[in-house]
Design a protein around this ligand. Sequence first.
Ligand code: 13P
Length: 253
Amino acid sequence: MRKKIVAGNWKMNMDFSEGISLFSEIVNMVRDEKKGDQIAVICAPYIHINSLTQLGAGVVKIGAQNCHQNESGAFTGEISAKMVKSTGCEYVIIGHSERRQYFAETDELLAAKTVIALQNNLTPLFCIGETLDERNNGSYYQVLEKQLENGVFTLNAEDFAKVVLAYEPVWAIGTGLTASPEQAQDIHAFIRAKVEAKYGVNIADDTTILYGGSCNPKNAAELFAQNDIDGGLIGGASLKSRDFVDIVKAFNS
Ligand SMILES: O=C(CO)COP(=O)(O)O
């Protein structure tokens, strides 16, 4: 079923005690203020997530920001999907543009990470998005289609139905530039049409597609009001409890 999700991505921010206090504030505010059926998630650094799942008490769900594509083995410094799951984590971001760009993660690698995440009962938040050059030279539809085809469209229908997609235009991440509600809706409708062509109308209708890129308390309500936008993946604004919780509440207004 299509869900309303607001997921914070803390990226490489917050030491352990800072993370605990920020998260505690978020949990208390969400518990007191949230009225709708939207799901609040915080995707935290690995070292935080075990403690956060306990503090979250189901009010705020926890995600990781990455996982390794192998089940286990000699991969010094890496974390497996099974380990992530064993901390009580429910979600994992896969294919964030920062991992594609700085860690050379390819569509094929991301497809393998998605499979292992699903095998371990994690919900992948699978990210796609075009760069500024690709937006300006008009190749963005092809870029997004390729990321879908080589990444998540390798899954069978049953597995794909468990994936949440996130459209994050790279030019809008951390730049203060947001896709306009019309631009974002246009791409979300395009993504849903591609899902329909591949898996059929029922799965397309049920697919949750989040928008990410300089989403904030001022622009969230208008973005979330678009037909094909089911929530957000929030970077900078998830580091401030008030801002994050106001975005979670943007569905209500
Ligand atoms: O990358 C993002 C979320 O994954 C978006 O980051 P900002 O909200 O800081 O632009």
